[in-house]
Design a binder for this molecule. Structure first.
Ligand code: BES
Ligand code: ZN
Length: 590
């Protein structure tokens, strides 16, 4: 196993932290967490041990008898943060660090009551992937270093804590009006999966292994939208083997959550933009569930191997979809993915490092090079492997892969070795070397054709020649149909054409965020003024980067709406997540 991760100061030759006992007090007034971390090392060590931190203030370091030990916080690197070096006495198996987080901690978002559904209570949540755990706790913040933990979290007594861990005791309120919630995580996790949320959060059981958590105001919609969760777990177990994390609960987040979903073990986080009211976006739940195996059990060794997490997961997500809805649904989903892939590859440019599967991300910020390439090129690679060896052998291979590497972190090279051993010859037949190590999309990428897809794309391609869909038919299209159609339309059109679409299909009033975003992008590019107000309100309602980035890019990229972009950003940026703000400021500076 590789010993170094280019995005961490972790040096496993100094020692390995295998368990943490955390005591975290949440201070909403000062937007900080006051923490104490007790570290357990796998073996007794002495001398320097390096941890990752970002914007943490270190209040003290102690040996197992409680004596002060020397520590040194290095100057911050803009990508990695600050290395914390503690010096351990001879034969140390334990040490302690006391720390306080910054109000600007990159993993944390502190919400005012007005930013929540209920409007009465504050809210706090974490988002640690890729390298933000270090802004919450000092740690060996590399997926190479897995740990178990116990965590006690103390919060104002009117709030509830949920954590990606098994819940334990809850204390009575103390004299200061604070309550402690205890959790334990018996399965080892990479640090990027450490996660919690604090707020007015309630629970509703949805199946033998699943509870839906969210604010009370969001519960009815959330529980309905994701009611199929147990069926999904069963479909996923058929592909991967038994679910090893006991519970699969999920938390529907406030709107500022910057991602669609995050596979925090035992407690997936989901954006409320999935609540379309028709279950049309539940693929994101299937995706996060699939990470329970590909990502959480078998984890990428570093961000260079991120495609191992996402590529396999998208493949599994679409297998679950095939199982639940059939082949056509899968082919439409793959087509939407391919469109996104080509767009992402295009924006990196031909020959870019970031269009390879295994990349060299050293020196770059993972949030900056985040793209659909590891997802969709990764999916196509895994799908091609399945096509090459056949479904039966593929299923056997995947189950063995999971079982062999569960609870470990692996590199692309280790994957290749395993592939060559288990399915000899397959890598050559499919040209795996080119797929993994060369940029761009190989010519033998699988294509998922379907007659429905051809029809929709055909309609869109004919747009400029005056071809129009039959209105009576198109009002009954599924959300996937609409996505395919809108994505295949010209990016810019006349005002009359925009009006025709909006008048006939009420696109400004669309409740499905995927469709709405695709439409607004076209409308903004076309300077279609009747859509500006909806674009503005949408950007004030959501914090998911998947929508913010293209819409701000479109507004900023069009001279007619550039001022509007700045105005909308100024009005809403306080409500966006720190990671989203950094990304958007780049967009608006371009
Ligand atoms: N693990 C990712 C989210 C992530 C990746 C957060 C990298 C931070 C850094 C999650 O599983 C994911 O991929 N979510 C997607 C949804 C999916 C259906 C493609 C998203 O957020 O849109
Ligand atoms: Zn994912």
């Amino acid at each position: 196993m590789s010993n170094r991760d280019p995005h961490s100061y972790t040096d496993l030759s100094q020692g390995r932290v295998h368990n943490m006992d955390l005591d975290l007090k949440v201070d909403f007034e000062n937007s900080c967490i006051i923490g104490q971390a007790d570290f357990d090392l796998s073996e007794a060590v002495s001398g320097a041990l390096d941890l990752d931190t970002r914007d943490l203030s270190i209040d003290g370091a102690f040996d197992s008898s409680g004596n002060d030990i020397p520590f040194e916080l290095a100057e911050a690197d803009s990508v990695l943060g600050s290395r914390l070096r503690v010096t351990l006495p001879e034969g140390s198996k334990k040490f302690r660090v006391n720390f306080t987080t910054s109000p600007n901690a990159s993993a944390l978002q502190w919400l005012e009551p007005a930013q929540t559904a209920g409007g009465k209570h504050p809210y706090l949540f974490s988002q640690c992937q890729a390298i933000h755990a270090r802004s919450v706790i000092p740690c060996q913040d590399s997926p190479l270093s897995r740990f178990t933990f116990n965590c006690k979290m103390t919060v104002p007594s009117d709030l509830t804590v949920v954590m990606a861990a098994a819940p334990g005791e809850k204390s009575d309120a103390n004299t200061e009006g604070m309550t402690s919630f205890s959790f334990t995580m018996p399965q080892s996790i990479p640090p990027y999966l450490f996660a919690f949320a604090v707020g007015n959060i309630t629970a509703k059981d949805l199946g033998p292994r699943s509870t839906c958590y969210t604010e009370p105001e969001m519960m009815e919609k959330s529980a309905w939208e994701f009611a199929e969760v147990n069926q999904m777990i069963l479909a996923a177990e058929e592909i991967f083997g038994p679910y090893l994390w006991d519970r699969f609960d999920f938390l529907v987040m406030p709107p500022s959550f910057p991602y669609g979903g995050m596979e925090n073990p035992r407690l997936t986080f989901l954006t409320p933009t999935l609540l379309a009211g028709d279950r049309s976006l539940v693929n994101v739940l299937a995706h996060e569930l699939a990470h329970s195996w590909t990502g959480n059990l078998v984890t990428n060794a570093s961000i260079n191997d991120f495609w191992l997490n996402e590529g396999f997961t998208v493949w599994a997500e679409r297998r679950i979809l095939e199982n639940m809805e059939g082949l056509e649904a899968k082919s439409l989903s793959a087509a939407i993915g391919r469109h996104g892939l080509l767009q992402a590859m295009n924006s990196f440019g031909k020959g870019s490092e970031f269009t390879k599967l295994e990349i060299n991300g050293e020196g770059s910020d993972p949030d900056e090079f985040y793209s659909l390439v590891p997802y969709e090129k990764g999916f196509l690679f895994v799908a091609l492997l399945e096509e090459t060896v056949g479904r039966e052998k593929m299923d056997e291979f995947v189950k063995k892969y999971i079982d062999h590497f569960k609870f470990t972190s692996l590199t692309t090279a280790q994957f290749e070795e395993f592939l060559n051993r288990e399915l000899p010859g397959a890598a050559e037949i499919m040209g795996a070397q080119e797929w993994i190590h060369q940029p761009d999309l190989p010519a033998n990428a699988p294509v998922f054709a379907s007659s429905r897809l051809e029809k929709l794309e055909g309609l869109a391609k004919g747009w400029s020649d005056g071809v129009r869909p039959d209105v009576n038919e198109a009002v009954n299209w599924t959300p996937e149909d609409w996505q395919i159609f809108l994505q295949a339309l010209p990016k810019q059109m006349t005002g009359e054409d925009c009006s025709w679409l909006n008048d006939n299909f009420k696109l400004n009033a669309q409740g499905n965020c995927e469709i709405l975003c695709n439409w607004l992008e076209i409308a903004v590019n076309s300077s279609f003024e009747p859509a500006y107000a909806r674009c503005e309100s949408f950007l004030s309602e959501v914090g998911r980067m998947k929508y913010l980035k293209p819409l701000f890019s479109a507004l900023h990229g069009n001279e007619n709406t550039r001022d509007l972009a700045a105005k909308v950003y100024a009005a809403n940026s306080n409500g966006y997540h720190p990671i989203a703000r950094i990304g958007l400021e780049k967009v608006l500076a371009g």
